[in-house]
Design a binder for this molecule. Structure first.
Ligand code: ADQ
Length: 414
């Protein structure tokens, strides 16, 4: 049988309002994660490791740093092989309007599909942390005869209103019987009443069926032109939608702890928790799996360095990730992730925190349960995450669970 030609589309145009202020001036897929990664790197690494060689990333909202990251990090040597990962900003090909939803993003990009004439199109979101071998999902899609297949994973029922919730019949477990986008009244699974079967926002389509569906949707005036809200329910209504359970996926090099790991990092709390999953001695998500690497920018930076400070104080660091270019002198770092080129001065304390690139935390400063965006400076003796009211009064956001977020470039005074 002739190998099927596969084309990948990464939906990367969402605003990510719930991640504010981290999405103040960058698209959500460009938000830094785990030191030197960006969120989009997880979807792209999965697609490349799965053998896809033609992938477009559809961007629109504040896409400058995302476009730059994709073009600098993910340039592939096309040439004769015609392999590429290209970021494609909204081009207003169908009139003077932006993408009104993720399905509209595909409708407005149909020329990219027509150019390549693939048999199958894989459409994925760009804001999840996970490993997945899409080639296994594609095989299951082809075997099932479905026109569209949705990847799914069990999630706590309390999160049902954040996801597309899938129902199947026990007799036909790979077919979707019902699909509801973000229902408020979801019912738990028969074998696990506290769980639902949630769409991961990753889909495999037969090309013709996808094209017909987005064209049909484009004609509708009552549609929000959303993949989860409109396109998938349309396939389900036609009896053409299948489901692929992530628990069938066997990613090379996975450990028992991270085999079915998948996190939606759409809120500050979930973003923070996903970082905690990286840093323990036995990480829940293992960045060190060399058989299924997560690729990112190659930093042209010196190694991280730890020194005793001028007073002779030795620093301590435990359960943390430190990126290239960091210099840490006589500080205490615990359960934290430090982005590239972070400088931490003597006597400073950084605990349960996430620090993006080029942050300076000066002598004797204290940072607890905080996320510091790029180029933040915490002046000597200043503190963050210690006094909630003071953090709010200084204009920082603080989540209900007590995580303080300091926006890009802010100077924190004592
Ligand atoms: P959401 O994540 O809420 O739910 P959405 O906001 O549409 O859905 O984002 C999905 C992906 O599409 C993201 O990567 C986003 O960046 C991108 N996107 C959104 N609007 C876009 C636009 N106008 N142009 C281009 N890209 C756009 C979805 C599904 C649910 C599923 C969850 C899983 O709708 O069914 O359960 O993902 O997290």
């Amino acid at each position: 049988m002739k190998a099927k030609k596969i084309f990948g589309i990464v939906l990367a145009g969402g605003e990510g309002k719930r991640l504010m202020p981290l999405t103040e001036d960058r698209a959500k897929p460009a938000v830094p994660f785990g030191g030197h990664y960006r969120l989009v790197d997880f979807a792209l690494s999965n697609l490349i490791n799965s053998g896809l060689t033609q992938v477009v990333v559809l961007t629109q909202y504040k896409s400058h740093s995302l476009d730059r990251h994709v073009s600098q990090t993910w340039h592939m040597n096309g040439g004769l092989s015609n392999s590429y990962i290209a970021s494609v900003p909204a081009q207003q090909r169908l009139g003077k309007r932006w993408f009104s939803g993720s399905a509209d993003a595909i409708l407005q990009s149909l020329d990219l599909i027509h150019d390549e004439k693939p048999d199958i199109v894989v459409v994925v979101g760009a804001d999840h942390v996970y490993r997945m071998d899409f080639s296994q999902m594609i095989q299951a899609h082809i075997r099932s005869g479905a026109q569209a297949t949705v990847a799914a994973i069990r999630q706590p029922i309390g999160l049902a209103d954040q996801f597309g919730v899938i129902e199947v019949d026990a007799a036909t477990p790979d077919r979707i019987k019902d699909f509801r986008e973000k229902p408020k009244d979801a019912v738990g699974l028969a074998d696990a009443p506290h769980e639902v079967f949630a769409s991961m926002g990753n889909y495999v389509f037969n090309t013709d069926a996808l094209i017909e569906a987005v064209l049909r949707d484009g004609e509708r005036t009552d549609s929000s032109h959303d993949m989860g809200g409109d396109i998938i329910p349309d396939f389900v209504a036609r009896g053409e939608a299948g489901v692929y359970d992530l628990q069938l996926n066997d990613v090379p090099g996975s450990t028992d702890r991270d085999r079915y790991y998948w996190r939606d990092v759409g809120t500050i709390d979930s973003f923070f928790e996903a970082h905690q999953d990286l840093i323990s001695a036995l990480p829940i998500f293992n960045l060190y799996n060399q058989e299924w690497p997560i690729f990112s920018q190659q930093l042209n930076s010196p190694p991280a360095k730890f020194v005793r400070d001028a007073r002779g104080t030795l620093g301590t660091m435990i359960d943390s990730i430190v990126s290239l270019g960091c210099v840490i002198s006589g500080a205490h770092i615990e359960r934290s992730v430090l982005g590239p080129w972070t400088v931490i001065g003597s006597g400073a304390e950084v605990v349960d925190s996430i620090v993006f690139d080029r942050v300076q935390i000066l002598a004797d400063a204290v940072v607890h349960r905080a996320i510091l965006d790029k180029e933040v400076v915490v002046e000597a003796g200043a503190s963050i995450g210690v006094d909630r009211d003071r953090d709010l009064a200084r204009g920082f956001s603080v989540t209900d669970s007590g995580i303080t977020v300091v926006g890009k470039g802010v100077r924190v005074h004592p």
